[in-house]
Design a protein around this ligand. Structure first.
Ligand code: C5P
Length: 232
């Protein structure tokens, strides 16, 4: 899979999601289904969106003992998603279990991406709450390295970290980057943002874009603008 724009479908019902997706009569966007929508509607929402011809990033961020993650990944793999994820903090063994569970009998599997440190965690909370004393940038790179060791395909990171992740883990190790805003758009609650064009320049492989598309007056035009700036 090449560079693509992934729309974060952060809706709380199938009805709202389909009302949104119905607007896309041309190119079918790659969509991200997160915990909110998945917990509201269950696996049927994944099957239905897949049936409509969209690629799916199932963003459930698994983190449990290796055996539980392995078995859960086997179930997610049968949902035929294109990309899913977990927390690198679950250890290399947990990530290896995830790969094992995700791999289908024919050897194929969805892309597996690790979350390093959440962008909501800062140096202070990491030291105080998690007792991790290293600089957060080093922790992020260490987790990315662990993900690569375990055989994962890439990490979710800030577009600002994408270049460093590629330096550390290789050009082929994927960077999936949220925190994208148009130059003339609203930043909202995101702190460190980049435009789609900047994310492309810095080497992001996939950008995850939510509100700049979902809350736009014309979501299809906003999506097409993202594709123009990031992919074309
Ligand atoms: O609306 P917005 O473009 O900010 O949406 C970004 C999406 O990416 C949301 O689904 C958010 O949960 C997700 N995300 C993020 N930052 C991370 C990881 C995921 O914004 N570090």
């Amino acid at each position: 899979m090449g560079k693509d724009v992934i729309i974060a479908c952060d809706f709380d019902s199938a009805e709202k999601t389909f009302a949104f997706l119905d607007k896309f009569t041309g190119r079918k966007p790659f969509v991200k289904i997160g915990m909110e929508l998945y917990y509201a509607e269950g696996p049927s929402i994944v099957r239905e969106i897949k049936k409509r011809g969209h690629k799916i990033f199932l963003d459930l961020k698994l983190h449990d003992i290796p055996n539980t993650v392995k078995k859960s990944m086997a179930v997610l793999s049968r949902l035929d998603v294109d990309m899913t994820n977990l927390h690198a903090a679950g250890t290399v063994r947990m990530m290896e279990g995830a790969i094992e569970g995700l791999t289908r009998p024919d050897g194929t599997r969805p892309l597996l991406i690790a979350v390093t440190q959440l962008t909501s965690t800062d140096q202070e909370s990491m030291e105080k709450d998690l007792l991790i004393k290293e600089p957060i940038a080093d922790v992020v790179m260490h987790y990315a390295h662990n993900a690569k060791l375990a055989g994962l395909d890439g990490v979710v990171c800030s577009p600002l970290e994408a270049g460093k992740v590629h330096e550390t883990c290789g050009e082929k190790f994927l960077t999936v980057t949220p925190g994208v805003r148009f130059a003339d758009g609203d930043i909202g609650d995101q702190k460190r943002v980049m435009t789609p064009a900047e994310a492309k320049k810095i080497g992001s492989d996939y950008i995850v874009v939510g509100r700049p598309i979902t809350a736009a007056e014309d979501p299809v035009a906003a999506y097409e603008r993202c594709v123009r700036e990031f992919v074309d």
